[in-house]
Design a protein around this ligand. Structure first.
Ligand code: 5AD
Ligand code: SF4
Length: 347
């Protein structure tokens, strides 16, 4: 696919043409992964973060956030709950913390999860930029996948979204290290950022291609009121629609271009529309990541306005999820690790 073709697809405005784009991407998804949805349980283990990204609700500069860190026992309880409920894949996510104590804590938790589930749980980490040695220790402990979004693949745009001491080069270096350490590597961007053009989005897709990314987690940008980027931006009905549509078009283009990668239908889509997650599946995504974090902590992990599911219990949200996936004719792959086909093809 040429850049100009991708640009055209992302710029479509005619509803019938957009529907045709989604349908093409869905056909491509059927060809490569079938009518199957991989499921990962998301556990948000802490909202403490040393970074201060201009768009993010839990940035270190936001004094309004009550910070939490869940204990080893609470994490393991949630993991075992997920295991009993036929999850075979989970994501441990937190803000970025760099300390020996944190590295050792994660290392130990990963080992414990492997031991307590007979290695039956695929573990994905999403814990930000770390040293090679830290990544190595976590890989060796048993984590096989890592998610690190590039957020915006254009260095210029990246600089506008982050304080001066957040380095684009450091982030791409981390992505390369993760690949060298033989992780399945996930990355992604925010879609519909202020200052972002269609050209930027095409570059983002090329970035995934160039870095040979195995899993894509990207979603629409949603303004958060207590952030420099989001203050003053109002989430009107039109804005919502626009962000949702652009997010879905990016999923569709990613599927058409990258074919065999895993693509998540992210919570940000659902925050914009109650059916957002299903719409993502119909536009070519094949992964969903329900939040299993204890509801007591959920409100502390608000990255953007109106994050859904803040007071649902995990049991009831699982039921709702299963129903909504079945309603679009797809089946959840329970008890399956849902590895990236792309990763295995590379090997
Ligand atoms: N809107 C959408 N996504 C956001 N993230 C952070 N802030 C926002 C926002 N305001 C995303 C980032 C980060 C992920 C955990 O959440 O891409 O990598
Ligand atoms: Fe921290 Fe990630 Fe939020 Fe940046 S986007 S402030 S690294 S949690």
């Amino acid at each position: 696919m040429r850049d100009s073709e991708l640009e055209q697809l992302l710029a479509l405005s005619e509803p019938a043409a957009i529907a045709a784009l989604y349908a093409d991407a869905y056909r491509m998804k059927l060809e490569y992964v079938g009518k199957r949805v991989s499921i990962r349980g998301l556990i948000e283990i802490s909202n403490i973060c040393r970074k201060n990204c201009y768009y993010c609700g839990i940035r270190s500069g936001n004094g309004k956030v009550e910070r939490f860190r869940i204990s080893r026992e609470e994490i393991l309880d949630t993991v075992l709950w997920a295991y009993r409920h036929h999850f075979a894949s989970l994501v441990l996510q937190s803000g970025e913390v760099a300390s020996e104590a944190f590295t050792a804590f994660i290392e130990e938790i990963v080992r414990e999860i492997c031991a307590r589930t007979d290695n039956g749980m695929g573990i994905t980490l999403s814990l930000g930029e770390q040293t090679r040695e830290t990544y190595r220790r976590w890989r060796e402990a048993g984590a096989a996948r890592y998610l690190l979004r590039i957020e915006a693949s254009d260095p210029e745009l990246y600089r506008k979204l982050h304080p001066a001491d957040h380095s684009y080069e450091a982030r791409t270096a981390c992505l390369r290290m993760l690949r060298e350490l033989d992780y399945q590597v996930g990355s992604g961007v925010m879609i519909g950022l202020p200052g972002q053009t269609i050209r930027h989005l095409v570059k983002d897709l090329r970035f995934f291609q160039e870095y040979d990314i195995d899993m894509i987690g990207m979603g629409p940008y949603i303004p958060h009121e207590d952030t420099p980027l989001g203050a003053g931006l109002r989430l009107t009905e039109d804005y919502r629609k626009h962000q949702l549509e652009l997010g879905l078009k990016m999923i569709a283009c990613a599927r058409l271009l990258l074919r065999d990668v895993n693509i998540a239908s992210t919570t940000a889509l659902q925050a914009l529309d109650p059916r957002g997650r299903e719409l993502g599946l119909l536009a070519g995504a094949n992964v969903i990541m329900p939040n299993l974090t204890d509801t007591a902590y959920r409100s502390g992990y608000r990255l953007y306005a109106g994050k859904p599911g803040l007071d649902e219990s995990s049991e009831s949200s699982l039921e709702a999820l299963t129903k909504s996936v079945e309603a679009v004719g797809e089946t959840i792959l329970w008890d399956a690790p849902g590895d990236s086909l792309h990763y295995f093809r590379r090997h």
